[in-house]
Design a protein around this ligand. Structure first.
Ligand SMILES: NC(=O)c1ccc[n+]([C@@H]2O[C@H](COP(=O)([O-])OP(=O)(O)OC[C@H]3O[C@@H](n4cnc5c(N)ncnc54)[C@H](O)[C@@H]3O)[C@@H](O)[C@H]2O)c1
Ligand SMILES: [Zn+2]
Length: 375
């Protein structure tokens, strides 16, 4: 069962931790969590669907390691990533008698990781926290780096903290139940990291895209590769002073697409794929990147079934949506551009310079609907 567990270290002095990635390792989480936290009590935070599938295995493994275990579910969906649910979690933690020796274990996707992580960061001014990601996006992206938080009615991720986990424990077998459309979103965030950082890693994903989408081929090394890049960027820039901004590649226009289409229609990774292609084109047009850069992004995204065309909205709508981008300083946006596949920098551009030129390029409002969400 447990073949080739990969380990990636996030090196942050006394806040350092390991990311472990392997097939069938969920049942081994208990002893690893005890080693990383010395906790005697764990509170698992999850959503019903994930809890039903994987909660029992995790609970048993913790109990066998001598840990008292409590569990609480929050309703599924990003709408639950809010302060009401944080309050509910505080109430549950108090009821369960959680103290500084308790570890909060987030079992699920990025929603649960961000929400549970924020509760862990703030309850009693911070308790220990472990991520058990069950979506590909959470494995390659959101579970690493310590950014936790919730949405407000006024916008996404407006309240949060930096709170590093003690351990990230990723069992790739859990991805079997994840719909392909969700998997593809994880691959978008993985090849985004390749695009800004490592041309060889990008080529490796290109070699095996279809097999990877089937959770076949070099899945574990590819996940580890994305984790390694994120770990390296976070190590150099834990609190987003500069370098970490490169991870926003594809996100500026991506967020605009999410805003314009209404959250949820185009999934985040899909919007990022569209944003990456557009940013690749801009990088070429500005002379940063050689011709063909955007085409490689487009071709790879398409092989994962990800959309690549900006949905059809008036240019003025894009400009307004870009104006509310929170990365905007003065009237310009730090826009991440590529120097080529594997290397990125930023350029300070106005919303008008980033927005698509005309409506003629977009093909469909329903960009996210190109593929079915088949399992
Ligand atoms: N903290 C960060 O650095 C960071 C980075 C990127 C994204 N995020 C956040 O992450 C969230 C998106 O993460 P996500 O895409 O994982 O979303 P998610 O947690 O909402 O999960 C997506 C869906 O998949 C389901 N699911 C989870 N695991 C499953 C499994 N193994 N099998 C079947 N279904 C499963 C979930 O119940 C949900 O319906 C957003 O809130 C975003 O803001 C945070
Ligand atoms: Zn993202």
């Amino acid at each position: 069962m447990t073949t080739a567990v990969r380990s990636v270290r996030v090196d942050l002095a006394e806040r350092s931790y390991s990311i472990r990635i392997g097939s069938g390792i969920l049942a081994l989480a208990g002893p690893a969590i005890v080693r990383a936290t010395a906790a005697r009590h764990a509170v698992i935070v999850t959503v019903p669907g994930v809890g039903r599938r994987y909660g029992a295995t995790l609970t048993k493994s913790l109990r066998d390691a001598g840990v008292r275990v409590d569990r609480i579910s929050v309703p599924d969906g990003d709408a639950s990533k809010n302060l009401e649910q944080v309050k509910r979690l505080y109430g549950a933690l108090l009821r369960f008698g959680a103290d500084r020796q308790t570890v909060l274990v987030a079992l699920g996707g990025g929603m649960v990781g961000d929400l549970g992580g924020f509760a862990a960061a703030s309850y009693l001014r911070g308790i220990q926290f472990v991520q058990v990601p069950t979506t590909l996006l959470a494995m390659v992206d959101s579970s690493i780096g310590g950014k936790v938080g919730v949405n407000l009615a006024q916008g996404k991720n407006l309240v949060g903290a930096f709170h590093q986990p003690r351990l990230v424990w990723a069992d790739t077998d859990t991805l079997r139940s994840l719909p392909k459309r969700q998997r593809a979103c994880g691959f978008a965030e993985a090849f985004k990291k390749a695009a800004i950082w490592d041309a060889r890693y990008f080529a490796r994903i290109e070699r095996d895209a279809e097999r990877l989408l089937e959770l076949d081929g070099p899945l574990i090394p590819v996940i580890a590769g994305a984790c390694r890049i994120k770990a390296e960027v976070v190590r150099r820039d834990e609190r987003e002073g500069g370098l970490r901004m490169l991870l926003n590649f594809g996100h500026t226009l991506g967020h605009a697409v999410e805003t314009l289409t209404g959250y949820g229609k185009v999934l985040h990774g899909e919007a990022v794929a569209i944003g990456m292609v557009a940013a690749g084109e801009r990088s070429e047009a500005m002379g940063f990147a050689p011709p063909g850069t955007a085409e490689r992004l487009r071709a790879l995204a398409a092989r994962f079934g990800l959309p690549t065309e900006l949905p059809l909205f008036p240019r003025s709508a894009y400009i307004s949506a870009l104006r509310v981008d929170k990365k905007m300083k003065d009237t310009r946006i730090q826009y991440v551009v590529l120097r080529g596949i594997g290397s990125a920098t930023t350029a300070r551009l106005t919303p008008a310079e980033i927005a698509p030129l005309s409506r003629s390029r977009g093909v469909s409002r329903r960009t996210g609907r190109r593929r079915s969400g088949a399992k």
